[in-house]
Design a protein around this ligand. Structure first.
Ligand SMILES: CC(C)(COP(=O)(O)OP(=O)(O)OC[C@H]1O[C@@H](n2cnc3c(N)ncnc32)[C@H](O)[C@@H]1OP(=O)(O)O)[C@@H](O)C(=O)NCCC(=O)NCCS
Length: 187
């Protein structure tokens, strides 16, 4: 990609994550409810957010991933992040997303994922979008189900974190399913 692909939805802008967003990332990932299904400890100091910020920037520069900052229209602050953690030569990409708690349950992540999924299938030439969800993360499962992801099964003790193994549920959406849901056949 020549320049970062800024995207727009009805209520939100998806923008490039920059050094100026360090404090926003700190706010997001210092909330223990936001990271309760992640293999992360809540950030305590603003510097704790720097490795993640650097990772988002360098993975994008290397063409390995793209993570957008989610901003309300008219604001440069980011209230969440969304994107593809990787794309593989098998045309597979793994999706991730998070949002500050005060904005939950307004349909924001469903809205941005619709745009990001469209971008993945049409611009990144992805064929399969995957999401792994830690068991118990009902809001995340609901989002994926609203977007017609299929639940494939449980990856048993797939994640090791902080001395324990966690089951993850694998969801996926194929390009063929996405295309047919966008162009429903006439009855
Ligand atoms: C998961 C997350 C991103 C969802 O963002 P959001 O903007 O609130 O999502 P939406 O508003 O688009 O949709 C949420 C849906 O889950 C539902 N929901 C929320 N909490 C729920 C719960 N405990 N049980 C069942 N459904 C729940 C909401 O009612 C809504 O469904 P609806 O539109 O049918 O009413 C947000 O909760 C979050 O940031 N969580 C922490 C980070 C995270 O877990 N990321 C995903 C890792 S796989």
């Amino acid at each position: 990609m020549d320049s970062f692909p800024v995207l727009h939805t009805r209520r939100l802008n998806l923008i490039e994550i920059k050094q100026s967003h360090l404090n926003d990332l700190f706010n997001l990932f210092s909330d223990k409810e936001v990271i309760s299904y992640y293999n992360l400890l809540p950030y305590k100091d603003i510097e704790d957010a720097q490795p993640l910020l650097d990772w988002f920037i360098s993975r994008y520069r290397q063409g390995l991933a793209v993570r957008w900052g989610i901003a309300l229209k008219g604001s440069e602050h980011i209230i969440g992040t969304v994107g593809f953690n990787n794309y593989t030569e098998n045309h597979r990409a793994n999706i991730g997303y998070d949002l500050q708690k005060e904005y939950w349950n307004k349909g924001y992540i469903t809205e941005v994922l619709q745009m990001v999924i469209c971008f993945g299938f049409n611009e990144l030439n992805v064929n399969r979008i995957e999401a792994e969800v830690m068991q118990g993360n009902l809001a995340s499962e609901k989002v994926l189900e609203k977007l017609r992801f299929k639940k494939e099964g449980v990856l048993r003790e797939w994640m090791y974190w902080n001395g324990a193994h966690y089951d993850m549920t694998m969801y996926s959406l194929l390009k063929s399913e996405y295309n047919s849901s966008q162009n429903p056949k006439e009855p």
